[in-house]
Design a protein around this ligand. Structure first.
Ligand code: ADP
Length: 429
């Protein structure tokens, strides 16, 4: 359905191992119905009866067993190599069962828009279809695949990944286990992993500690292994992040997607390390570059969905008024937006990167996304390393009355008084 309301209906028949690709702009809707046979979207099988709806998405419908060919469909897809990758990972999981060791720890790297997140979904869905529950570690703060942009998270994949809604729906229902409840979310507050490297490293180290604890107590998670998604890491900072992640999560397989130089650099770097295998996989011809405006719209949709839900599962957020003395808001990184020369004397950038600054609420806080920390004290280290309980949105700040109006997914008081603000703003429309 076009934005003008006009409806166009098209039929496609797919041959085996062919892919139907379509791009849906924001404001336009595509409905998809499988009439016969079998097909999947990024690893999740679609059913024959239901109608799937997409807006603001780029989608590939793939079939392993089609019938005959008509019209425009992609014949060259790297899906066979992705399936082979999965089969190799399954072998490692089977071996891990026998030896009671850890299953594969996979790190997916490459530039932006090469299909890293799509490959993560495919590998996780295939593992789930074989009764494994790998942990998905999302280190791409740009998209906020699990909850909100600006977050870093770990999720146990126990439910199929929804073809219309992505990870969101599978994440919220994951069960808790002992002391480590997943999904586990940390608030980094920036869209780019290199923007505040020190904080990024600190939070990923914390995430890795909890994931390790989970793996130690959950045999299924241990055998199923990890899939780690990243954002574009192709410069020096990116290399530093990759090495940091390899150490933290005991990565034993690095998949480089669509970048020859990154592949040869990684191959050289880990040449002497028998514990790490570097592999390259081809980028799918269907992966499309998303320009800044599309990315921004994706982020805004993700934020909106956090409060209002999706068409399939709508939520009604609560507008609440909170008093300034009931909470403390902190921003991470002194002068995170200021050049080094503008920092107070005696504070260098490295130190300032993870310094907490108390924010006095005023108008500039309006429209900000604010994370509610799980920290029990205002101790700087605890606040930096605590995970996130949820988010609120600042609708209005009334400095005269010392009150702030916020939008929250739950009614009543805030679950904690310590709040963190990052660089994300949103205009409710
Ligand atoms: P990355 O994580 O590397 O930035 P993504 O996996 O998010 O890349 O893919 C970028 C965009 O391309 C996404 O909108 C995704 O849905 C789309 N996409 C990925 N693979 C395909 C494909 N085979 N056909 C059509 N669109 C695709």
């Amino acid at each position: 359905q076009r934005a003008s309301g006009e409806e166009i209906v098209k039929d496609y028949t797919l041959e085996p191992e062919h892919e139907l690709r379509f791009e849906v702009d924001f404001g336009t809707t595509v409905k998809l119905k499988l009439i016969s046979g079998t097909a999947e979207i990024f690893g999740t099988e679609i059913g024959i009866a239901p109608e799937y709806e997409f807006t603001g998405r780029k989608v590939a419908v793939f079939t392993w067993r089609g019938t005959c060919s008509v019209e425009y469909v992609a014949t060259e897809t790297p899906m066979v190599s992705y399936l082979n990758m999965h089969l190799a990972l399954e072998q490692l999981r089977e071996q891990a069962k026998i030896t009671n060791k850890q299953g594969p720890r996979v790190l997916i790297v490459g530039p932006e828009d090469v299909g890293k997140t799509s490959l993560s979904k495919i590998l996780l869905s295939y593992a789930l279809r074989q009764s494994h529950n790998p942990i998905f570690i999302d280190l791409d703060p740009n998209e906020g695949t699990i909850t909100m942009p600006g977050t870093l998270s770990a999720t146990s994949i126990t439910h199929i990944i929804d073809v219309e809604e992505g990870f969101g729906s599978s994440a919220t229902t994951a069960p808790s286990m002992g002391s480590t409840t997943l999904p586990l979310v940390y608030y980094y507050g920036y869209a780019d992993s290199g923007e505040n490297l020190k904080l990024f490293k600190m939070l990923t180290s914390q995430l890795a500690k909890v994931v390790k604890a989970r793996i130690d107590e959950d045999a299924n998670a241990r055998v199923s292994g990890l899939v780690i998604d990243t954002n574009g890491l192709t410069d020096n900072t990116g290399y530093e992040i990759i090495q940091h992640c390899v150490e933290l999560f005991y990565v034993n397989i690095i998949i480089v997607l669509g970048h020859e130089r990154l592949y040869s650099d990684m191959d050289r770097l880990y040449n002497d390390n028998n514990d790490v295998t570097v592999l390259k996989l081809l980028k799918s011809g269907g992966v499309v570059d998303r320009d800044n405006s599309f990315r921004r719209q994706l982020q805004m949709r993700k934020i909106r969905e956090y409060f209002y839900g999706t068409p399939k599962c709508e939520l009604s957020p609560y507008s609440t008024i909170i008093n300034f003395h009931d909470f403390s808001i902190y921003r991470v990184g002194v002068g995170s937006l200021a050049p080094s020369s503008a920092l107070p004397i005696g504070i260098d950038r490295k130190v300032s990167e993870t310094q907490l600054v108390k924010v006095e609420p005023d108008d500039s806080l309006s429209h900000s996304i604010v994370a509610i920390s799980a920290s029990e004290t205002s101790d700087e280290v605890q606040l930096l390393e605590a995970n996130i309980l949820g988010f609120i949105y600042v609708t209005e700040v009334d400095t005269a009355k010392h009150k702030m109006t916020v939008l929250s997914p739950c009614p009543g008081r805030l679950p904690n008084q310590f709040l963190l603000v990052g660089s994300f703003k949103w205009m409710e429309s």
